[in-house]
Design a protein around this ligand. Structure first.
Ligand code: UD1
Ligand code: CA
Length: 457
């Protein structure tokens, strides 16, 4: 207990599994759901649930994973001898931080909500004071899951792994999600008593229920939603988790006051921020770190990541905003326009077929169709600066580093490699030549040749 009488909780996240069925070089829990590694979702939910401290159990050599979970500490499980063995890999941390409750979650189960974790902690703190609280669920296909065995009074007596179950036990549909809250004062004692005398020869965390009961403690079940406890073991599971995450994010966007014309075709990131009265057309993809203000219209088929968009802006159809795109109020970005690491001032427009990269564009600028900022010389990237109210004619190449002053006009088809002064006209194309009557004479000659050939033939 803390001084104020509040219970304390230590969480252990099991993430040492190799995820062999993912067929990947990446640790399983580093695979992304809605743009964020699964382990990131788990840690964020623990934080929202108000867990006091968390330790992540990783496999030997999983240094990138250990770095990704910082500032949370890690414990290394060298041999993977089962879920109880994995929890015991964190023994030193658990002993160093005595807590009322020990919460065990799996790193490959990213969709559990903070509300469900809260319900489990509340059950553990209920007057019955169960020594173990298990999160159960009713999957469509109970197949490989551990079965929750209840007695005649509906109390949890044990968990039996599918491989070790009798036919009668296999008929049970209430299954173990893997999430558990254990009495912090007794957890290590119970874990130390677990043996590997079972079909898999592993130390099963699930055995803790029967051990706690034998020790006189009660065990309780909190039932969760099957969607929430979906464990990811394969790429197919990963795509299912993604689908669930997208459904949630779309619902959140709609509740927040955005219109999604065809929600099922809009892909959001865990951190996508949408204002009120945002209208999103079909087939729009949001990568991480996108902030869209109120009253923005995003038309069909846009790809947006790492972008900040102010209110009144219109984007697309078929536009691409890449990281560092920063659009002020009322900007218009049209079809086949790509913006990268560039700010556009209020009311500026790039409506057709352009690339604007590494640029600072002022307010009220018109960027004509086919304008390209040539920001890369094969070695380094350089900046383009365009002042307020400038007009860039169609099919202009702006060879960076270069600047165009406020109010300047660049003639269509120019390759601009020198700075243009404010208020000036710059044009680099060759002078136009005109030969009076040339086309008429040319066409007449060609027609006559054709007729002569016909007569001869
Ligand atoms: C486990 C449960 C099962 C439950 C299912 C829910 C046990 C014995 N069984 O089975 O009752 O229905 O989850 O999905 O607990 N891990 C380690 N080190 C190990 C073994 C596992 O870190 O030595 C980690 C894995 O990375 C994974 C989690 O623990 O995140 C679960 O392990 P897994 O082998 O997938 O357990 P299941 O057989 O699915
Ligand atoms: Ca599993």
């Amino acid at each position: 207990m803390q001084a104020d009488g509040k219970s304390t909780t230590t969480a252990v996240v099991l993430a040492a599994g190799l995820g062999t069925r993912m067929k990947s070089d990446l640790p399983k829990v580093m695979h992304r759901v809605a743009g964020r590694p699964m382990i990131g979702h788990v840690l964020a939910n623990l934080e929202t649930a108000g867990i006091d401290r968390t330790v992540v159990v990783v496999g030997d050599g999983m240094d990138a994973l250990a770095a990704a979970v910082q500032p949370h500490p890690t414990a290394v499980q060298v041999d993977r001898l089962g879920t109880a063995h994995a929890v015991l890999a964190a023994r030193d941390f658990i002993q160093a931080h005595p807590a009322d409750d020990l919460l065990i979650v799996f790193g490959d189960t990213p969709l559990i909500t903070a509300e469900t974790l809260g319900a489990m902690l509340a059950a553990r703190r209920s007057s019955a004071r169960p020594g173990v609280v298990v999160l159960g669920f009713e999957p469509a296909d109970p197949g490989p899951y551990g079965r929750l065995i209840l007695d005649g009074d509906g109390a949890l007596t044990s968990i039996v792994e599918a491989r070790d179950a009798t036919p009668a036990q296999l008929a049970v549909t209430l299954c173990n999600s893997g999430v558990m809250v254990i009495d912090g004062a007794r957890a290590l004692d119970w874990l130390d008593q677990i043996t590997n005398d079972n079909a898999k020869g592993e130390y099963y965390l699930t055995d803790i229920v029967a051990l706690a009961r034998r020790d006189g403690a009660a065990a309780a079940v909190v039932t969760g939603d099957a969607d929430e406890v979906l464990g990811v073991n394969s790429r197919a599971d990963l795509s299912e988790a993604e689908a669930v995450a997208q459904r949630r994010l779309r619902a959140r966007a709609l509740e927040g006051g955005a219109t999604l014309i065809d929600p099922d075709t809009v892909y959001l990131s865990w951190d996508t921020q949408l204002g009120r009265d945002v209208v999103i057309g079909p087939n729009v993809f949001f990568g991480p770190e996108v902030r869209i203000a109120d009253n923005v219209e995003i038309r069909a088929f846009c790809h947006i990541e790492g972008a900040t968009v102010a209110s009144g802006t219109v984007i697309g159809p078929f536009a691409r905003l890449r990281p560092g795109a920063d659009l002020a109020e009322g900007v218009h970005i049209g079809n086949f326009v790509e913006i990268k690491a560039a700010t556009l001032g209020a009311g500026s427009k790039a409506n057709h077929l352009s690339y604007v990269g590494d640029s600072v564009v002022g307010a009220g600028v018109n960027i004509g169709a086919g304008t390209i900022t040539c920001n890369y010389d094969g070695h380094v990237k350089s900046r383009t600066v365009i002042g307020d109210g400038a007009f860039i004619g169609s099919n202009t190449a702006l060879v960076a580093p270069v600047s165009v002053g406020a109010g300047a006009i660049v003639g269509a088809g120019s390759a601009i490699s020198k700075d243009v002064a404010a208020g000036a006209l710059a044009v680099t194309r060759a002078d136009q030549k005109e030969v009076t009557g040339w086309a008429d004479r040319f066409n007449a000659k060609r027609r006559k040749e054709k007729q002569d050939r016909k007569k001869e033939g």
